[in-house]
Write a protein that binds this ligand. Structure first.
Ligand SMILES: Cc1cc2nc3c(=O)[nH]c(=O)nc-3n(C[C@H](O)[C@H](O)[C@H](O)COP(=O)(O)O)c2cc1C
Length: 423
């Protein structure tokens, strides 16, 4: 039985654990580039033990960004920063994943803290958005997109393929296509945003065509060992929009086109949703599990899995294969270490690089003064009766060294093996 800290292998890539830092847009790029900010922020999460680390959604074209301060992978000048990001993630024991995105009719906006509203096409920081149909999202996003021509759709496939090729060249080892949250892929899938009457609209088969053809285009440039995955807007939570039953069918087709894992999320094509997923624990776990069972493909899910017991539980029950964490990764770069302590796994500090993990394991300290809260009494060890304690903790797993000396050369007076077990 797997647990949160079991390794996970997909194609030729093995993650040290099942904890994913979910993609999160930081609105901190100039000309779509990543810089020291992204290197330090992402490096810290990899050093904190996340197995798979995503930067934000990276746009495949300039008009595929959300704002002018969003990252991209559409120009060679962006590759150096991305290479640095991959390098730090890898050297801290993580696997670097990229989320290729195009925001469609939801682009050309300002940052959330500036109000998140849409800029008109003639604004210096805005642009004419493109989408399956010329239907504005509405509300704060009032400007209608232009409907994509077939030739423009073909160009988008070429951009996906070029970006994927560059991604592998700079060191990403996992490709996710962002087809959720009301962005371009989700728009094609949803009757709320797609009213085309050609081969890309109408029937489920037609609305999934953009997914299958884009997968084909990316697959063609990927080495065999690299997983190809998709975050799918699998449910608009609205009777007029994308229905989950349709998503299950379409994911079956995607599997035949080379999809290696489905990351289930919401459609995002309307604000009028009949379910509040934003603060429901494990909101997409049951849906993801249905895909896992019925399509026979590994799955990941996010939305409120930040309580360690919940994340571990859904992995142990084999409901999902990977736990994607967004806000918890923002608030605690060492979430995996905290989780390992809370859940009673052996050697939590084996998750951090040995340069400092060694000290945390070997240097006697008052456990409540070490920088983490004391392990909760009601949770310590409780859900992990069948867990395999050190499995997956691959960074800095050097054994505790008896007789080691302290910073200043004084014998460490190490506690015995039992005392060293956290929790
Ligand atoms: C600041 C922020 C930015 C986000 N940007 C993206 C993004 O670029 N791509 C994406 O697929 N999801 C994005 N999300 C959603 C997260 O990846 C994640 O799915 C969501 O926060 C739910 O997980 P959580 O409950 O662990 O936070 C973002 C979330 C936050 C908080």
């Amino acid at each position: 039985m797997p647990n949160l800290f079991s390794p996970f292998t997909l194609k030729g890539v093995t993650l040290r654990n099942r904890i994913v830092m979910s993609p999160m847009t930081m609105y901190r790029s100039v000309d779509g580039k990543m810089d020291d900010y992204h290197v330090s922020y992402l490096g810290a999460r990899a050093a904190g033990g996340f197995g798979l680390v995503f930067p934000e959604q990276l746009a495949i074209t300039p008009d595929g960004r959300t704002t002018v301060s969003c990252g991209g992978i559409y120009d060679e000048s962006q590759l150096e920063g991305l290479e640095r990001v991959c390098s730090i993630i890898k050297s801290m024991g993580g696997v670097a994943a990229i989320q290729l995105g195009h925001t469609g009719r939801k682009g050309s906006v300002v940052t959330p803290w500036e109000g998140g509203y849409m800029l008109p096409p003639d604004h210096p920081n805005g642009w004419q958005t493109k989408a399956p149909s010329a239907i504005a999202y509405g509300g704060d996003l009032p400007y209608a997109p232009e409907a994509l021509t077939i030739a423009e759709i073909q160009d988008i496939y070429a951009s996906y393929a070029q970006s994927a090729k560059w991604a592998v060249e700079v060191g990403f080892e996992w490709i996710e296509m962002h087809y959720a949250h009301g962005y371009l892929g989700a728009e094609f899938f949803s009757p709320l945003a797609n009213t085309r009457t050609d081969a890309y609209g109408g029937s489920l088969e037609n609305r999934a065509r953009f997914h299958l053809e884009a997968l084909d285009a990316v697959k063609a440039v990927l080495p065999d060992r690299i997983p190809l995955t998709m975050r799918l807007g699998s449910d608009d939570l609205n009777p007029e929009g994308t229905q989950f039953d349709d998503s299950v069918v379409a994911i079956g087709w995607m599997k035949e086109h080379g999809l290696d894992l489905a990351d289930l999320s919401f459609g995002g094509n309307t604000d009028d949703m009949r379910e509040n997923i934003f603060n429901t624990p494990g909101a997409f776990v049951e849906r993801a599990n249905r895909v896992r069972r019925e399509v026979g493909i590994p799955v990941g899910a996010s939305w409120n899995l930040g309580k360690p017991q919940n994340a571990d539980d859904v992995i142990q029950k084999e409901l999902i294969d990977l736990a994607f964490l967004g806000r918890p990764a923002l608030s605690n770069p060492h979430w995996p270490v905290w989780a390992a302590r809370e859940l009673g796994y052996d050697n939590p500090f084996g998750l951090v690089p040995d340069d400092w993990g060694w000290w945390l394991r070997n240097f006697r300290a008052d456990q409540e003064s070490i920088g983490f809260p004391a392990v909760s009494e009601d949770t310590a060890g409780a859900p992990v009766a069948n867990a395999t304690p050190t499995q997956g903790l691959t960074v800095g797993t050097a054994p505790v060294e008896p007789g080691a000396v302290t910073l200043d050369g004084v014998p460490a007076d190490l506690p015995d093996e039992e005392e060293r077990q956290v929790a």
